[in-house]
Design a binder for this molecule. Structure first.
Ligand code: NAI
Length: 445
C-alpha cells in the first residue's frame, strides 16, 4: 500500500503546491541501505551534564567504531547525544535546555536525538530519581517538535549494571534502522550473557523462528534477520504454504507450514528446531489476526480464535521451548503487540486484550528468563502499511497515517529493524522492554 499524499508532498512537480497551500509535508524517512546496514547517520555531537556518568564511555565507543565526532560549534551533526544522567536538581536541568537550545537548529532531516539518563527506579537518591524521570516528558515533547523534519528523539535509561549494555541501543538509535521509532524509552540493564558479536552481520550461524512469515510484517522480519546472517525458520498456516515456501526460498530459509493453534503444533515446532540444530537463537511471535466487532455484537468464536492466535499459541510455544534448553544462554523471545494494546481501539476489545497481554508476557517473564540467559522484549507497532491496514476505510486510514509526529505510516521494515536490534547478540542487556514503533502516534501517547 502506498501513501500517495507522502509521495506527492515530496515530488518535485507538486511539492511547491503543497508548500504554497501551507499543507503539512511529511519527510521521506531515511531507511537502512539493505546492502550496507548498521551504519550510523553521519557525525555525532556528544555532550554531558555536570557529573554525568556515561559521557566518556559513549565517546570511547563511538570513536572505536570510527564514527566522526562533531565539534561543539559544528552545524552539520546528524545526531545529538546528551548524557543527562548527572542532572539531579531543578537548577541543573538548564544544562539540558542549553545544549539543545544551542544545537537543535543544526539537526538535519532524519536526524537523531538521544538523551541518556539513569533509570529512576535504580537510584537511591529520590531527588535525583525525580529529575531523571523528567527526561521522559522532555524527550516526548522534543520528538513532537522535530518530527516535521523526519527526525526522532528517544531516551536511553541505564539501569543498575547496565553501563555495559549501552552500545547496542545507542548504535541502533543513531542508525537509519530506527527511522519510525520515536519518543520511546529503552532500558539498558545488566547483560544476561556476555556481550559479543559482529556489528555488521550479528546473526551469522544463528537460527530464528518467525511465525506468520509468509507476508506483511513477518516477511519483512524474516528478510531483515536473514540479511543479518540468520537461518530463518518461517511458519505460516498451511493455506499459505506456497507463499511461505517462495518467501523462505528467497532468503535461503526453511519453511514450516503449521497452524500454530492446532493440536500438537508446539511438538512439531520443537522437533523441527531440534532436527535443525542444538540451539535456537530466537522466536519472534509475529502471527496475529484481527476480528473487529463492537463487544455487544462480537461472537465467542471471534473472541476465542483471536485469543488463541495472538496470545495462547505464543504462550504454549514459549512453554514448549522453555521445557528444552534450546534458548538458554543467549536466546531471545520477541512479542509483537500493538498500540491498540496500549491505547485501546473501538471494536477491538479482543485484539486490545490480546496485545496488552503480550506486553504482560514481557513484563512478567523478563526477570525469570534472565536467570537462564534469555531476554524477552516486544514491539508495539502503530499504523504500518500492510494488507491489514489497506483494508481500513480511506478517511480512517488517512487519519491513522497523519496522527503521528512523523505524519506518515511506517513500513513493515521499520518494525523488522527494531526486532533485528532486539535479536542481535549485542542487545543482551535489553530485557523487558516494549517499544512502540509508531512514529510517535498520538494514540495512547
Ligand atoms: P498479516 O495479516 O499481513 O500477516 C499475518 C500472518 O500471520 C499471515 O501470513 C497469516 O497467515 C499468519 N497467521 C495467522 N494465523 C496464523 C496461525 N494460526 N498460524 C500460523 N500463522 C498464522 O498481518 P501484519 O499486518 O503483517 O501483522 C503482523 C503482526 O503485527 C500481527 O501480530 C499484528 O497484530 C501486528 N500489528 C500490525 C499492525 C499493522 O499496522 N499492520 C499494527 C500493530 C500490530
Amino acid at each position: 500500500m502506498t501513501d500517495r499524499y507522502l509521495e506527492l508532498a515530496n515530488a518535485n512537480f507538486t511539492k511547491t503546491i503543497f508548500d504554497g497551500l501551507g499543507l503539512p509535508t511529511p519527510v521521506l524517512l531515511k531507511r537502512e541501505n539493505q546492502t550496507n546496514p548498521h551504519q550510523l547517520l553521519g557525525q555525532v555531537l556528544v555532550a554531558g551534564s555536570e557529573g554525568a556518568s556515561f559521557t566518556q564511555g559513549i565517546l570511547k565507543m563511538l570513536q572505536a567504531s570510527s564514527v566522526t565526532m562533531a565539534e561543539d560549534n559544528s552545524c552539520d551533526s546528524a545526531s545529538l547525544v546528551f548524557d543527562a544522567s548527572g542532572i539531579a536538581t531543578a537548577e541543573q536541568s538548564s544544562q539540558l535546555y542549553e545544549f539543545f537550545n544551542q544545537h537543535l537548529s543544526s539537526l538535519p532531516r532524519s536526524g537523531r536525538v538521544v538523551v541518556v539518563g539513569h533509570r529512576p527506579e535504580a537510584l537511591a537518591n529520590t531527588t535525583h530519581a525525580t529529575l531523571q524521570r523528567g527526561l521522559v516528558g522532555f524527550v516526548k515533547s522534543l520528538a513532537k517538535e522535530i518530527g516535521r523534519k523526519g527526525a526522532t528523539a528517544n531516551l536511553l535509561y541505564v539501569d543498575k549494571g547496565g553501563k555495559a549494555a549501552i552500545e547496542a541501543p545507542l548504535r541502533f538509535l543513531l542508525s537509519a534502522g530506527s527511522a519510525f521509532m520515536n519518543a520511546q524509552v529503552v532500558n539498558a540493564s545488566k547483560p544476561v550473557v556476555k556481550i559479543n558479536g559482529d556489528w555488521t552481520k550479528p546473526l551469522v550461524g544463528k537460527s530464528v523462528v518467525v511465525t506468520g512469515a509468509a507476508r506483511g510484517i513477518g516477511l519483512a522480519i524474516s528478510q531483515v534477520l536473514a540479511r543479518d546472517g540468520a537461518k530463518v525458520i518461517g511458519i505460516d498456516i498451511p493455506q499459505a504454504e506456497a507463499e511461505l515456501a517462495s518467501a523462505m526460498a528467497s532468503i535461503n530459509g526453511l519453511s514450516l507450514p503449521l497452524d500454530i493453534t492446532s493440536d500438537g503444533a508446539c511438538d512439531v515446532l520443537v522437533k523441527f528446531c531440534l532436527d535443525h540444530g542444538n540451539t535456537l537463537h530466537s522466536i519472534v511471535h509475529n502471527a496475529g489476526i484481527t476480528r473487529d466487532k463492537m463487544l455487544s455484537r462480537m461472537t465467542s468464536v471471534q473472541w476465542d480464535l483471536l485469543m488463541q492466535v495472538n496470545l495462547g499459541a505464543a504462550q504454549r510455544i514459549n512453554d514448549a521451548l522453555l521445557a528444552t534448553e534450546l534458548l538458554d544462554n543467549g536466546g531471545k523471545i520477541i512479542g509483537v503487540a500493538s498500540i491498540s494494546g496500549i491505547a485501546g481501539n473501538v471494536g477491538q476489545t479482543n485484539y486490545g486484550f490480546s496485545k496488552s497481554a503480550v506486553i504482560g508476557m514481557v513484563d512478567s517473564l523478563a526477570k525469570p528468563l534472565a536467570k537462564r540467559g534469555i531476554t524477552i522484549n516486544a514491539v508495539a507497532p502503530g499504523f504500518i502499511e500492510t494488507q491489514m491496514t489497506a483494508a481500513i476505510p480511506f478517511m480512517t486510514r488517512q487519519m491513522g497515517r497523519r496522527l503521528s509526529s512523523l505524519s506518515q505510516g511506517g513500513l513493515p521494515i521499520d518494525v523488522a529493524e527494531v526486532i533485528g536490534f532486539f535479536v542481535s547478540p549485542q542487545a543482551a542487556g535489553i530485557n523487558g522492554n516494549t517499544v512502540r514503533v509508531c512514529g510517535q502516534s498520538l494514540l495512547g501517547a
